[in-house]
Design a protein around this ligand. Structure first.
Ligand SMILES: [Zn+2]
Length: 393
């Protein structure tokens, strides 16, 4: 299903960004006459894209009915991480109506992982959450050729290079399928449902095993000429430093990421300078999450790791802010959530110190509120955009 003309696509895009509206509000938004709007909305209702949604606030005159995207539409978001697989279902308004998650190992290869994803979709269908499927969005933790629907030389995903991810789903499911990098999709999720709601130009920084950045400009994902835009983890912070997964030295994510934190915290614990870390090591090797735990217990060494990391990230973000002038920076991903406001404070102070006052005069730097749902919601949103004719290419 697709809108029949550009007017309908504009109306759907407006509902997507601004939520339920009256016909008068939409007329102002998209610049069409009231009668034309009424006609196109009726058609969109007949096609199943939109539904009536009660009355708007009275402004003295007659109360006008609100229109919203349909609650009957069903979009599936598949969020494939390095160690996790999430499958979620949303309606047309991106309300998450069902969500299943389980541990996987991306290194077990695309056949195993994608088959499991299709099984989970089948499970959600069997439970009654998917009376229909209007589109599927798939996020993978590596560079993607968006047009071709496959992964391109993903460093942490052996066996996935040029694997036809979209074809795999198309063979099993009778609906449109779109594939994108997971960070881009988290950014789309934030744009529609998170703190960046309705913000046209912003950066979404994900700190997980590595570091990546989704770039939203004019409400659209900027993917670059080869789909690798936003790969900020490999921006050089200096000439030396630890060796990165890409083989070079000095990359941001070699200094600060989930992998770097777990390397550094284990070295600190084994070094024996911190009693807190040393005692935690008795339960097995430490992870990035343990850095947050030790920091909250007042361990100065763990705090030092977070501050150093925040400063390095802030330095890279300062360059991006001077270049791109975003209206907001949203920081998310499992590692960021665990380190919380201590990390954010450090990032902010370095960022504001190193950016031009004009670029940072009104620049919120916030933690993602969507948290672990950002990926599935964003993936479903990408599929929804396609169905609603909202251009995300
Ligand atoms: Zn690197």
């Amino acid at each position: 299903m697709q809108p029949e003309n550009p007017h309908q696509a504009k109306l759907l895009a407006s509902l997507r960004l601004h939520g339920p509206q009256s016909a008068a509000e939409m007329a102002a938004q998209v610049g069409l006459s009231r009668s034309k709007i009424g006609q196109e909305l009726q058609r969109l209702e007949d096609l199943g894209f939109v539904e009536r949604a009660g009355k708007a606030e009275s402004r003295g005159g007659r109360r006008s009915g609100l229109v919203q995207l349909s609650g009957d539409l069903r979009f599936v978001g598949v969020d494939i991480g390095a160690t996790s697989l999430d499958v979620g279902v949303t309606n047309g308004r991106l309300d998450l109506v069902a969500h299943v998650a389980e541990d996987i190992d991306i290194r077990s290869g695309p056949d195993v992982v994608l088959r499991r994803a299709v099984e989970l979709i089948g499970k959600l269908r069997a439970e009654g959450h998917l009376p229909r499927i209007d589109g599927v969005g798939v996020g993978v933790p590596g560079p993607v050729s968006f047009r071709d629907g496959y992964t391109v030389s993903p460093p942490i995903m052996p066996g996935w290079d040029r694997y036809p991810v979209r074809e795999f789903f198309l063979k099993q499911l009778d609906c449109p399928v779109l594939v994108d990098n997971d960070v881009n999709l988290m950014a789309v999720g934030e744009m529609y449902c998170g703190l960046a709601r309705s913000v046209g130009d912003f950066l979404f920084v994900k700190i997980g095993t590595g570091i990546g950045c989704g770039i939203i400009t004019g409400h659209r994902v900027l993917r670059g000429s080869n789909g690798s835009a936003g790969d900020i983890g490999h921006i050089a912070v200096n000439d030396g430093g630890p060796v990165c997964s890409c083989g070079r030295t000095g990359c941001l994510e070699a200094w600060f990421s989930g992998a770097a934190l777990s390397r550094d915290v284990n070295a600190l614990a084994r070094g024996g300078e911190s009693g807190v870390l040393e005692s935690m090591l008795a339960d097995g090797p430490l992870t990035a999450a343990d850095v947050g735990t030790a920091m909250r217990q007042g361990d100065p060494h763990a705090l030092g790791l977070v501050r150093d990391g925040g400063r390095r990230l802030g330095r890279v973000l300062a360059g991006l802010v001077n270049f791109f002038n975003p209206a907001m920076i949203v920081v998310g991903g499992g590692v960021a959530t665990g380190l919380g406001h201590t990390l954010l404070a450090e990032v902010r102070s370095e960022l504001y110190r190193r950016s031009t006052p004009l670029a940072t005069s009104n620049l919120p730097v916030v933690l993602s509120e969507l948290g672990e749902n950002a990926g599935v919601v964003g993936a479903a949103a990408l599929a929804g955009d396609h169905a609603l004719g909202v251009d995300q290419t």
